[in-house]
Write a protein that binds this ligand. Structure first.
Ligand code: ZN
Length: 64
């Protein structure tokens, strides 16, 4: 995973990862064009905003 900014690291296939300030686990969201669900992203890896909001209903980190 490469460091994109203060808050995000990048993965494969448009995945980005952030350490969640709510639960402390690492979450993955997919942004940009591609298969599967995609979030809107403001393009700022230091202060990212995703739309719609990210709702996580399980415990534990997302895989790389
Ligand atoms: Zn969380």
């Amino acid at each position: 995973m490469g460091v994109l900014g203060k808050k995000l690291r990048g993965g494969d296939g448009g995945s980005v990862f952030f350490d969640c300030p709510g639960c402390g686990w690492r979450h993955r969201v997919t942004v940009g064009d591609g298969p599967g669900p995609r979030w809107g992203y403001n393009g700022n890896p230091d202060a990212p905003t995703f739309t719609p909001s990210v709702l996580v209903t399980y415990d534990g980190p997302d895989a790389d």
